[in-house]
Design a protein around this ligand. Structure first.
Ligand code: DGL
Length: 272
């Protein structure tokens, strides 16, 4: 039996990844689940992020998904490995859960000339050291500098990311990152919410610094994954249909998600 691909995020941020996935792979069916009711995940402790993520993954499995993408760095950093290693073998060893950190760290070294890379992410992702550890596996010579940006997700979730008030917090965290090394020439937006701030981020950075968003990288990596795993590809249904679920108000989700996706959205409420 085939089923949609599940896409999970704590809120709206995963839509920046999903948009690119669907553009590259329009033939598949998708279920997007945003846990907006409990976002942000970033400042929460390991156990909570893991418990929330697992609960949402289980809901996507209950809806039939055989493959789930955690389109959330915080969940990828704090919950993915445990879910893959401890939970999946009991739930169903044939199902797969993928994250967004590995595809990004595999190629980040291609972008930098100076070898100094900056990572902007949530407190949870920064504390997990996932980027530092993963980048060291692929590009051991790179120097990685991290900066947590705890105010950025609330700005996006509350629709304040384009307001003049957002400038202060965008500049504050960029200054703190660049203060760690003047040689940083590549900055990874290591949180799927941050691409919504990309114009403001660019505005406060020297032109020589390039900003990497993950959407396209993850979409390409998922395409490669499906090519390499025909047994998973076969169980992904293909009618080009997307269904959205949110754990918050569907009205708020529909309005916001429509801006991300450029189409009318009618989401469903998922009660947790
Ligand atoms: N969008 C998520 C990420 O990529 C997390 C945002 C949050 O809930 O704090 O990290």
């Amino acid at each position: 039996m085939s089923a949609p691909i599940g896409i999970f995020d704590s809120g709206y941020g995963g839509l920046t990844v999903f948009r690119e996935i669907r553009e590259k792979l329009p033939q598949y069916d998708y279920i997007y689940l945003g846990d907006n009711g409990r976002a942000p995940y970033g400042p929460r402790d390991f156990d909570t992020i893991y418990a929330y993520t697992l609960e949402c993954v289980r809901h996507l499995f209950d809806m039939g998904c055989q493959l789930v993408v955690l389109a959330c760095n915080t969940a990828s950093a704090k919950a993915l490995r445990t879910i893959q290693q401890q939970d999946l073998p009991h739930i169903d060893p044939k199902r797969r859960v993928l994250g967004v950190i590995r595809p990004t760290t595999e190629i980040v070294g291609q972008f930098t000339q100076t070898g100094h890379v900056g990572i902007l992410a949530t407190i949870g992702t920064v504390k997990s050291q996932s980027y530092v550890i993963e980048i060291a596996k692929f590009f051991p010579d790179l120097k990685v500098f991290q900066q947590a940006c705890p105010m950025w997700v609330p700005l996006v979730e509350n629709n304040e990311h384009e307001s003049p008030g957002a400038d202060y917090f965008v500049k504050k965290y960029l200054d703190a990152l660049l203060g760690q090394s003047s040689q940083i020439d590549t900055i990874v937006l290591g949180c799927t919410h941050y691409p919504l701030l990309i114009d403001k981020i660019r505005q406060f950075l020297p032109a020589s610094v390039q900003v990497i968003a993950q959407g396209e990288i993850v979409a390409k990596s998922l395409t490669d994954y499906l090519n390499r795993h025909p047994e998973i590809e076969m169980v992904c249904s293909k009618n080009g249909k997307t269904t959205y679920f949110t754990t918050e108000s569907t009205q708020a989700f529909d309005e916001k998600a429509a801006i991300f996706m450029g189409e009318v959205i009618r989401s469903n409420h998922l009660a947790l």
